[in-house]
Design a protein around this ligand. Structure first.
Ligand code: CP
Length: 313
């Protein structure tokens, strides 16, 4: 594997290999130790869009593997003077960067670099537009696999049922998660207002709900709430935020109806009080902070896979 730009480029064996490696990295992380596997390598975080979790966990992951790290944020850079993405990448590559973790507002930005003839840098997509966020999906599957370790039979997620709720249309997290969960054998259902359900999921009516109360009459192992991406909405997708919350928020009364074993996930950042109630986000069955912690282990695994055996593949 030279780059990680999309879940679509992974086979089931690749995905399980990353999750297995992440299990080993999880031991390193929880023991607060370090590995020397990336000593001498330099990893650059290029963030053209804001981030807290992804940027910081990639930086921590690289440091735990003994790599040098560089943080590039488009705000305050020569991007404001008109420097192109290509020239920014070439400039950092000339400084000796081995891998770039890139978040960009335009779908396809990571593939643009990875598929180019002008760059040799390894590319990890940290979220591009509404397209993909592969390491978020990997950390979500890792979190599910770890939590349901006793319920599972094999190393994949066969037999588990996941409900993805909310702004599916604008969500790169939903797209990456759907592809990975399907690859790993989980059953995926969706619940979204018709205006926020892309045609691809509306074509599977047996697995798509437009009413959260109706959806929750079924039993799910995981209810994955999505952030309402107001910044990507250039028209009205629902009459009001109050109406959205009353119909699609995972609130305390809906949460009480979940089975005892059902867990709640959210990739963050959360709009508390909009798609998820304050109390539900912090409840005992919430894995939201586990997702954050596990993100470091999964990103360590991805960096290690791409960079540690460089030259041997
Ligand atoms: N989940 C996620 O991508 O969060 P950040 O935007 O904070 O990185």
């Amino acid at each position: 594997m030279k780059h990680l730009t999309s879940i679509a480029n992974l086979s089931k064996a690749d995905a399980i290999d990353i999750l297995d490696r992440a299990e080993q990295m999880d031991v390193v992380r929880t023991n607060k130790t370090k590995l020397a596997t990336l000593a001498g390598k330099t990893v650059a975080n290029l963030f053209f869009e804001d981030s807290t979790r992804t940027r910081i966990s990639f930086e921590l992951a690289a440091k735990k593997l003994s790599a040098e790290t560089i943080n590039f944020a488009s705000k305050g850079s020569s991007t404001s003077k008109g420097e192109s993405l290509r020239d920014t990448v070439l400039t950092l590559e000339a400084m000796g960067v081995d891998a770039m973790v890139i978040r960009h507002q335009h779908s396809g930005a990571a593939d643009y670099i990875a598929n180019s003839s002008w760059s040799k840098v390894k590319v990890i997509n940290a979220g591009d537009g509404t397209h993909q966020h592969p390491t978020q999906a990997l950390l979500d599957s890792f979190t599910i696999r770890k939590h349901f370790a006793e319920k599972r039979v094999g190393t994949d997620l066969s037999g588990l049922r996941v409900l993805i709720v909310g702004d599916v249309l604008h969500s790169r997290v939903a797209k990456s998660n759907t592809e990975l969960l399907n690859l790993l054998g989980a059953e995926v259902a969706f619940c979204a207002p018709r205006t926020l359900a892309p045609e691809s999921i509306s074509l599977s009516p047996n697995q798509t709900y437009n009413d959260l109360d109706l959806a929750l009459e079924n039993e799910f192992d995981v209810v994955m709430m999505l952030r309402l991406q107001l910044e990507r909405m250039n028209s009205a997708f629902f009459p009001s935020q109050q109406e959205y919350s009353s119909l699609f928020q995972l609130n305390a009364s809906r949460s009480k109806r979940l089975s005892k074993h059902t867990v709640v996930m959210h990739p963050g950042p959360m709009n508390r009080g909009l798609e998820i109630a304050e109390s539900v986000a912090d409840d005992d069955n919430s894995l939201i902070l586990d997702q954050v912690s596990n993100g470091i282990s999964v990103r360590m695994a991805v960096l290690d896979l791409l960079l540690a055996n460089e030259g041997n593949s």
